[in-house]
Design a protein around this ligand. Sequence first.
Ligand SMILES: Nc1ncnc2c1ncn2[C@@H]1O[C@H](COP(=O)(O)OP(=O)(O)OP(=O)(O)O)[C@@H](O)[C@H]1O
Length: 474
Amino acid sequence: MSTSNHSSPNIKEWVLDPETEYRFELDPGNSLAIKVLKGHAEVFGAELADNKYYLFGHECKAAVFTWQGCTIEVTGTPSTEYVSDETPMYAYANVHLALEKMRVRALSSYRGSPLPPGPDAEVDPEPPRVLVLGPENSGKTSVCKILTNYAVRVGQGWTPMYVNTDPSEGGWTVPGSISAVPITAPIGSASPASPLGSAATSAPTILSSKALLPLVYWYGHPEIKRNPLLMDRLIRNMGENVIERQDLNPEGRASGIIVDTPSSFASSTSSNFTDHRQTLIRACVDAFRINVILIVGHEKLNVEMQRTYGSRMTVVKIPKSGGVVELDLQYRQRVHAQQLHTYMYGQVIPPPRRPSASAVGDPDLDGHLAPSSSVIPFGELSFLRIGEKSMAPSSALPIGAARTVNEMQPIPLDPASPGSGLLNAIVALLALPVHLEDTERYDEEVLDLQVSGFLAMFVSIISLFFAVLIEIKN
Ligand SMILES: Nc1ncnc2c1ncn2[C@@H]1O[C@H](COP(=O)(O)OP(=O)(O)OP(=O)(O)O)[C@@H](O)[C@H]1O
C-alpha cells in the first residue's frame, strides 16, 4: 500500500495491494468522493465502476476492498482513514460460494434438470435461506450486504430476498419497521440514512428502475424488548408473505433469503428477555424456513445454536471484521433522525469539492423528492396504539395480577386529547383489505396489515386544530 498527495490538499491517491481494504469514517457534515483509477474495487460487495465518483456522507463508515489490487483517488478529509490487510473477506467469499452452489442445485431441481454430480448429489436440493446472528456492532448488516451483493453480481439473474428484522435499522423506510424486498441490483452504502438502498418514492421516474418496493410491517419502536410478542407476530406474518411470493417464482425461490437480525437476538443483559430472544430466533427459523445459520464472531452463541439447531441445519461461525465501528447511542439517534428526514425529503450528499459531472451513485439522484401535504379532518382517520404507552414486564406485576390491556391489544386514541402522544409522532398508514366481509374482520386485524406509507404529525397554528402532513410512499 502507498499514498501520494495530489496538487490539491484534500485529494489523495491510495494504491491498495490485493486483498486489502481502505477504511474510512466521516464526521457530521463531512463527505468523501472516491474514484477507482486502476483495477477493481468494491464497497461491501458492490463493485465501483472505473473513473466515476462515488459520494459518501452523513457520518458514513465503510471500506473499499480489492481482491486483485487497485488505485483509488479519495477527495475529502475523513476523521479516520487507514488501510488494513486483515479482512475476513476470504471467509465471506467461501460462504458465498457454498450458497451459490445451493442456488444452482435448487434451480436445477425446480426446472427438472439433472443435478450437477458431486458428493452431495443425494441431498435434497434447497435454496439458501440464511439467518445472520451476532452481538451489537459485529457487522451483521455488512455481512448480509456482502452476501446479497455477491449473489446479485454473479450474473445468473438471482434476486435474493433481503429481510431486515431489526427495527432500529430503518431498512428501506423509517426506524421502527421491519421489511423485506427482493434485491435486483447491488446495494450501495453511500449513507447510513439509506443503509440498504432506496425505496420507491415520489421522486422523478428516473429512480423507478432501481427503486425497491419493500414489504413493510410496523412495530413502532426501535427496541425489540419493548414488545417481543408483537415482534414475533410480525416476523411470522412477514415470513408467510415472503414464502408465498417466492413459491410463485422458481428463480426468486432459488435465489434464497438472507435475514438480518437485531443484536438483542444474540445476547441479552436481562433474564426476562432470554426466553423471548430464543422464541424470536425460532420465529425467524420457522417463518423463513431457515436452513443455514451464520454466527458473526460470537463463540457462546455459536455453541448455543449448534446445540439447538445443529442437527437439522448448517450452523457456521464466521469471523467479525476488524473494521466494524462501535456505534454509540448518540450516533444511532442521529442516524434515526436522518433516516426519517431522508424518507420524507430524500437525501443530498454535498460533494467535498464538486467532482466532474460524471458523478454516480444513489445520493445524487435521491435529492429531488417532492413531498405533498394535505389537510384531513381527524374524523376521517382512526388512530390506534398497540398495547399501553409504557408497559412494565409481566414479571413485574403483583402475584396473581393480570394486565388490563394486553401487549397485542389495539387501543383507539383520541387525537384531540393532550395525552394521546400523537404530537410530533411518526404514524404508519396501514393498507386495509378492501374485499373483506364484516364477518371476516377480527379485533387484532390491524397487527396483520402491511404499511402503505408514514405520516408525520404536526400542529397547524393557523387553523388552530391539529393537521396531518402526509408523505405517502409505495
Ligand atoms: N470493514 C469495515 N470497515 C469500515 N467500517 C465498517 C466495516 N464493516 C462494517 N463497518 C461499519 O461498522 C458499522 C457497524 O456495522 P454493521 O451495521 O454491519 O454492524 P451490525 O452488527 O449490523 O450493527 P448493529 O449493532 O446495529 O446490529 C457500520 O457503520 C458499518 O458501515
